[in-house]
Design a protein around this ligand. Structure first.
Ligand code: 4AD
Ligand code: MG
Length: 466
């Protein structure tokens, strides 16, 4: 296969007058007496390449009338010579020989005319917004981070496991679930009769998964180190800047590993990802630093190098109770930490990421390992400035009797979890894992503030167009 070099590749070359062909979308067209300047972007990098049409060429009437139809948003193919650019901030430009208009974008109809549209405006145009600098940069960072996640785990001996999207068990009470059914709801509503799930596709209630964890634990108890990375779904009606109804989650799970191993893995993982972003997405990070979140690069550099702070939930609550701040939710031992609390701990107390451990068992999932005190579990959340929780995880309860007792206490069904309990019946091991919200990671690395802007097509309450 021979593909034309991308603009990114061209801009890395020494411009010595070699003939090149570029294909991309016009960002701007500008005319002076001597020349016409066309800025072209193909998404391979943030930078455009400037194409200069000298006035001598404009004596060609066909070319002139084609140029007149080339406007912002049009797709073009341009051939020319790659030459050093006299303009500031760019090493090379294309001295144009031929121009071909591929797809027009009439200025009176193409919606992306302004230089900087608001993120709100662009959210209504999810199919076009990736043609802007901001969303192009987000897309490239998202791509690099997804790849880096696989690199990190593959380099550390973890196997990638595909866990199911459809599940018959309410995995863990992590959030309200979307039901999956092939029953005819309209007909059911008309009949007014009870729902017979025996007639449904799976012969019982089924849902979209909220987490791949319980499934990935089964592979963990055979392959030792595993991870899953896929879409997860939560039907909470939370219209916030950090919640999606459909988001991607990375969930590693390690056998023969305790909470301290889990904390070490989570810390190393985040630092690795941040370092990759700084190194391989430097141009995009510089853009975010300048336009979206001033100081971003410096704070990421610090995160990549500094060990994460660590405190127990009990100490965290103590800090909050003695804080000189009016919280909307008053903190007390036993409360679930709210995002305002998490922000206070990371921004005011620590000034960076913090790992909070040993939460009360009442506010955490049934599978977390119970501590000796009978009150707390071996949980760990990683909190970061700006939006709080980025990772949630724990050591798992691997003692059969303790886990059975907890399932009973919570009124859950031992039958539903019988396969999960088998993992404790046969060759049980201490094991640990966590979940990293992929879009939360992207908020963190890009400095974007609304989670709907770091996933191509956001799904949130009353939002599922495109
Ligand atoms: O803390 P959570 O609910 O943990 C679990 O699901 C565990 N089963 C993970 C594990 O131990 N394997 O979710 C994990 C992470 C959160 O820390 C957050 O980053 C992200 O998933 N997350 C969301 N991201 C976007 N939108 C939502 N509605 C999210 N809910 C959780
Ligand atoms: Mg959580």
């Amino acid at each position: 296969m021979t593909l034309l070099p991308t603009i990114k590749q061209l801009l890395a070359m020494e411009p010595i007058g070699q003939e090149v062909t570029i294909r991309g979308w016009v960002r701007t067209k500008r005319e002076t007496k001597q020349s016409t300047f066309i800025e072209v972007n193909d998404g391979s990098c943030l930078s455009n390449i400037q194409c200069v049409v000298e006035s001598a060429l404009l004596e060609n009437e066909a070319l002139k009338s084609m140029l007149a139809r080339i406007a912002t948003g049009a797709s073009v193919e341009i051939a020319g010579k790659l030459v050093p650019s006299p303009a500031k901030g760019q090493k090379a430009e294309v001295s144009v020989i031929r121009v071909k208009l591929i797809g027009e974008a009439p200025a009176d109809r193409y919606p992306l005319q302004k230089k900087a549209h608001s993120l709100e405006f662009l959210r209504e145009l999810a199919h076009l917004r990736v043609r802007t600098n901001t969303f192009g940069a987000v897309a490239r960072v998202r791509n690099r981070m997804a790849f880096a996640i696989h690199q990190f785990f593959q380099e550390h001996g973890f196997y990638y496991v595909h866990t199911p999207i459809i599940t018959a068990s309410d995995a863990e009470g992590a959030g309200a679930m979307f039901q999956v059914t092939t029953l005819d709801l309209d007909a059911l509503a008309k009949s007014g009769g009870p729902v017979d799930y025996d007639k449904d596709f799976f012969g019982k209630r089924a849902y979209l998964t909220v987490s791949g964890q319980l499934n990935v634990e089964t592979y963990c108890q055979a392959l030792s180190r595993v991870y899953t990375f896929g879409p997860t779904f939560r039907a909470e009606n939370s219209n916030t800047t950090r919640h999606l109804a459909e988001f991607w989650m990375i969930e590693p799970e390690m056998a023969f590993a305790e909470l301290s191993d889990n904390i070490a893995l989570a810390t190393e993982f985040i630092q690795y990802l941040v370092a990759v972003a700084l190194k391989d997405c430097a141009e995009d990070i510089a853009f975010f630093d300048e336009r979206i979140q001033p100081g971003l690069r410096e704070s990421l550099e610090k995160v990549a190098q500094t060990p994460f702070a660590h405190m127990t939930y009990t100490d965290a609550v103590r800090e909050l109770e003695s804080a000189n701040t009016q919280f909307e939710f008053k903190p007390y031992w036993g409360c679930d930490l709210q995002s305002e609390h998490e922000k206070y701990l990371t921004e005011k107390v620590v000034g960076g990421p913090v790992v909070v451990t040993d939460y009360p068992k009442e506010i955490k999932a049934f599978y977390m390992k119970q501590n000796e005190d009978g009150k707390t579990v071996a949980a760990m959340d990683v909190l970061v400035p700006r939006f709080g929780e980025i990772i949630g995880g724990s050591e798992r309860e691997w003692r059969l009797d303790v886990l059975e007792k907890r399932i009973e206490e919570l009124g859950l069904s031992k039958e539903v979890y019988s396969w999960y309990l088998d993992l404790r019946r046969f060759g049980s091991t201490p094991h640990s894992g966590f979940g990293l919200g992929f879009e939360r990671l992207l908020l963190y690395v890009t400095g974007m503030t609304n989670i709907r802007d770091v996933i191509p097509f956001p799904r949130a309450p009353r939002q599922a167009e495109f």
